[in-house]
Design a protein around this ligand. Structure first.
Ligand code: ADP
Length: 508
């Protein structure tokens, strides 16, 4: 096994990987940009080296510098985390040609699956059902028109090199086609430096259900079941869970087998995710593959007990899979809420600042993956995902109740976060019934907004008290006033809370 691994990432995922390495007795090398000098991943790693200024292209995307640090620190392998260089074919090649091991799939699999048209073609040829559409890029309006006529409107124009929900355009009427083609292509060009586009049938209110796979270098491939990721904003996941409320044993087996076929068809090695869309009749269609550790991998870890980050490192180190398919068991239910530094009351605008007080929830069934501590700065330079809160329960109801409890305990001040939004979500009756789809947030939240006012007030008041207590304790270094027997008047606390300026920002 490796003696030293460089983690080419930052934030919660760098921390996650450092933890896996530590448990395996592997030394860790962190990299950091100028503004991340005091970041948690830097503090936790055995060694840490600067790689450039704050903007990602000059630091976390700076391949030359990262490889130089890896070589200089005598790391044997590079873990890319997710985002940044994780699915960059060029980076994988360069890591390999520098004599280092990339903790992820081979460069060829990254290339094949990163090209959505090539991936669709490969899947179709191996019998994996794909969303109806083209397996070639669209080069003309006529070609787009005949495709639209063949599969029927609405259609979705998508970027061949797509990711992060960018470069997609829905076309409902033929008249919109021309401008949508142009808009999708130019968005794809600016986001991925690749203007190529293709077309899929636009499925109405599907579910997004994905399968986690593990594949070793000896041709063994297993799946770890599904994650339901239908709660999305702008095609980006917000809440994930496992198991999916619609997947039963038979469907899990069928989807798992399709995912294993997909992995074998692309000569896949390491941990990967095969994403599917599921229609209202529970038919599933291949959507895309993600050739890396997913943000939402911990929900699978919680229900299977398998540490996916450690498995990735073992596989890259040339070891055989630790588990056979028939040994995989799923226990209970796990939910993940992505905590973004965004203001849900203000169109989810990114929020920045210094986290000046911070309390993490804990207790039965709770896991927090974050890069946060008191004094850390949240900047606009990087992804606004600042923490992941996970709850496990013996069943979905218990997981939801625990999540609610943990969300109400979670205190992050200094930046606005999506915690209040998640609380609303956990209380939503349709969410509780598992009746969800990819447009759930748009539909439910527009409807919920007016009646949410009272609930929001209650939340504001509760958090105001909490916040006032924290401040009071900081100033007096004494016990929180509400818990003191001398506290005769709760009113004082409410007054303090009311006077607190900037509280609204804190709450939302
Ligand atoms: P990206 O790689 O940009 O994340 P994906 O292909 O993974 O794009 O799709 C992201 C999300 O967009 C899906 O989870 C789903 O909500 C929506 N989506 C993508 N393709 C379709 C489709 N054909 N019909 C309906 N929704 C889709």
């Amino acid at each position: 096994m490796f003696k030293k691994v460089l983690i080419a990432n930052r934030g919660e995922i760098a921390v996650r990987i450092i933890r896996a390495c530590k448990e395996m007795g592997i030394k860790t090398v962190a990299i950091f940009s100028d503004i991340d000098r005091k970041a948690l991943h830097v503090r936790l790693a055995d060694e840490a080296y600067p790689v450039g200024p704050a903007p990602a292209p000059q630091s976390y995307l700076n391949m030359d510098k990262i490889i130089e640090v890896a070589k200089g620190s005598k790391a044997e392998a590079v873990h890319p985390g997710y985002g940044f260089l994780a699915e960059n074919y060029e980076f994988v090649k360069r890591v390999e040609s520098a004599g280092l091991i990339f903790i992820g799939p081979p460069a060829e699999a990254v290339k094949l699956l990163g090209d959505k048209v090539a991936a669709r073609k490969t899947m179709k040829n191996s019998g994996v059902p794909i969303v109806p559409g083209t397996e070639v890029e669209i080069k003309s309006e006529d070609q787009a028109l005949s495709t639209a006529e063949e599969i029927g409107l609405p259609i979705l124009i998508k970027a061949v090199g797509g990711g992060g929900g960018k470069g997609m355009r829905i076309v409902k009427e033929k008249a919109e086609l021309k401008s949508a083609l142009r808009a999708a292509s130019s968005e794809a060009e600016s986001a991925f430096a690749d203007p190529r586009i293709y077309i899929e049938k636009y499925l109405q209110k599907p579910r997004h259900v994905e399968i986690q796979i593990l594949a070793d270098k000896f041709g063994n491939v297993i799946h770890l079941g599904e994650r339901e990721c239908s709660i999305q904003r702008r095609h980006q996941k917000v809440i994930e869970e496992s198991p999916s409320p619609v997947v039963d044993e038979k469907m899990r087996k069928a989807m798992g087998e399709a995912a294993i076929t997909a992995a074998k068809a692309s000569s896949y090695v390491n941990a990967g995710t095969i994403e599917f869309l599921v229609d209202s009749d529970r038919n599933f269609y291949f959507l895309e593959s993600n050739t890396r550790l997913q943000v939402e991998h911990p929900v699978t870890e919680m229900v299977t007990g398998i540490d996916i980050a450690k498995e990735q490192i073992r596989i890259a180190g040339g070891m055989k899979l630790n588990h056979r398919q028939e040994e995989i068991e799923w226990r209970g239910s796990a939910i993940e809420c992505r905590i973004y530094a965004e203001d849900p009351e203000n169109s989810f605008l990114p929020s920045t600042g210094v986290v000046h007080s911070y309390w993490e929830p804990s207790g039965p069934g709770i896991r927090v993956d974050s890069g946060l501590y008191e004094g850390v700065e949240v900047s606009l330079y990087y992804d606004p995902l600042i923490a992941k809160l996970l709850a496990w329960g013996k069943d979905r109801d218990e997981a939801i109740q625990r999540m609610k409890r943990a969300l109400s305990e979670y205190h992050i001040s200094g930046v606005a976060t999506t915690i209040p939004f998640h609380l609303r979500m956990m209380k939503n009756p349709n969410f509780q019934r598992g009746e969800i789809h990819t447009h759930f947030i748009e539909e439910e939240f527009e409807r919920e907004k007016p009646s949410e006012a009272k609930e929001k007030d209650e939340l504001l008041q509760a958090m105001a008290v909490f916040s006032a207590l924290l401040d009071y304790r900081e100033k007096t270094k004494s016990k929180p006033v509400l818990f003191s027997s001398k506290n005769k008047s709760k009113e004082n606390v409410w007054k303090i809370a009311g006077r607190k300026m900037g509280l609204r920002r804190l709450m939302m």
